[in-house]
Ligand binder design. Sequence first.
Ligand code: 3PG
Length: 219
Amino acid sequence: MAQAGEDRRTRLEAILRESPVIPVVTIADAAHAVPLARALLEGGIAVVEVTLRTPAATEAIRRIRAEVPSIVPGAGTVLSPARLEQVEKLDVAFAVSPGATARLLEAARASPVPLLPGVATASEAMTVLESGFTLAKLFPAEPAGGVALLKALAGPLPELRFCPMGGIDAGNAAAYLALSNVLCVGGSWLAPSDAIAAGDWRRITALARAASELRGGAG
Ligand code: 3PG
């Protein structure tokens, strides 16, 4: 079990180091999935988190897996063990949750898919560490305290490293990426819903390119 946990952590850390920014995308129409993934890749971003917030999400992930094999697909909004089981079947490379319930953490310890659990407080950070997780999503990053909160957590909890998400954009991403306990950031600003709906893939590629050029996270 310890070995399996180590393997999941190694895979997740490699994914979080793949790009300074993980695009968080919500896809309403599965037909948008492949051009969207290609637009992100074209801009230099090789990871994507597809949120499970729309009926089209699972089909979108399937299409990305089948047709854009060079992008690493993850599933977001994994709220329960049942959803984790669902994404295991989709063969995603990682799963992300906005928070961390005891049931979800327990299921993740037995899952082949590495989970990036969400935390927003020191107590939640201690809970995920107790369950053996050393990589977490700070969510919602800006409302929860942002850069100042992450600096404060680095003192007592140096072994926990973060991918902050929630309220991050091109204007504040660099301040997060400069922190010693941040590996990458995530956000929806690279794939705005109006650009997806309009099929404005060039705009998404330009946003991705600017994001991919941000300085990488902690060494
Ligand atoms: C989310 O769960 O929606 C993500 O963390 C992205 O947040 P954002 O839309 O504020 O970038």
